[in-house]
Design a protein around this ligand. Structure first.
Ligand code: NDP
Length: 245
């Protein structure tokens, strides 16, 4: 089976949780020339571990990108374009995400909108801003990919609990976006996949979660290496199973 050998990758929300672990594991690979680790406050306390990592790994570049701010996303793309020149960007991991209290009678419109903005509009704005870079890689190399970090909680078919309105609705919308992108970008050899990393011990997943970030991202990177066009427009679990929409 052919492996997806990407040389450049952009990760959003790369300063903690799954995003930081992506950068740790990816940057250990010498084949990877460009790792764009983006976060909303590169100088802030929350990005200290990422900054320390970047001083040790020459393939890591930290760039400011706030998922809820279109201008900041566009500004980040200018920096990436300068670095990559005409090479194109092989892989985008739309990882940044938030949740909010979600019980039926307590949920607020402000929280619904805030979570939708960060989890859906932000990732879509990333694809818009990086469209020329990702399609350039697809056209030149015959293959490029977008991973939308979704959640099992965004599956209409699998949902077996109430509540979680801001988060669950946003991930369902992200899944619909994955389907639309899978049609819009395939002619440029760019595939799009929604991905559930498992229930993972992070600030968002809580310490009750069964999986460590190390194991989840190891599985996720194995999955990414296995990507081919047959997986375009699908929704995968880190355990390798397809999740019904
Ligand atoms: P964490 O809460 O640990 O980390 C979230 C990351 O997103 C942080 O880096 C945070 O940065 C960043 N972020 C939040 N808002 C913005 C913004 N406006 N702009 C840029 N970055 C932002 O979450 P996880 O690592 O657990 O989750 C990562 C992704 O995986 C999310 O999309 C989540 O929905 C998904 N996921 C996680 C699961 C789990 O069990 N952990 C299960 C299923 C899906 P900052 O420090 O600035 O807040």
């Amino acid at each position: 089976m052919a492996m997806f050998k990407f040389e450049s990758v952009l990760v959003t929300g790369a300063n903690r949780g799954l995003g930081l672990e992506f950068i740790k594991q990816l940057s250990a690979s010498p084949q990877l020339k460009y790792i764009f680790a983006t976060c909303r406050s590169p100088e802030g306390d929350n990005a200290k571990s990422l900054r320390e990592l970047a001083t040790k790994r020459s393939n890591v570049t930290i760039i400011k990108l706030d998922s809820s701010d279109k201008q900041s996303i566009e500004n980040s793309a200018v920096v990436v374009k300068e670095k990559l020149a005409d090479q194109g960007l092989d892989l985008i991991i739309n990882n940044a995400g938030i949740e909010a209290p979600g019980k039926l009678l307590q949920v607020t419109n402000e929280d619904l909108i805030r979570v939708y903005h960060t989890n859906v509009i932000g990732p879509l704005n990333v694809i818009q801003a990086y469209h020329s870079l990702i399609t350039n890689a697809g056209k030149r190399k015959g293959f490029a990919a977008i991973i939308n970090m979704s959640s099992w909680l965004g599956s209409c078919a699998e949902t077996s609990c109430g509540g979680m309105y801001p988060y669950g609705l946003s991930k369902a919308a992200m899944n619909r976006m994955t389907r639309a992108l899978s049609y819009d970008l395939i002619d440029d050899n760019v595939i799009t996949v929604s991905f559930h990393p498992g229930w993972v011990k992070t600030d968002l997943g809580s310490q009750q979660a069964p999986l460590t970030v190390e194991d989840s991202i190891k599985d996720t990177l194995n999955f990414i290496q296995s990507l081919d066009k047959s997986k375009n427009g699908t929704f995968y679990h880190a355990n390798g199973n397809i999740i019904p929409w």
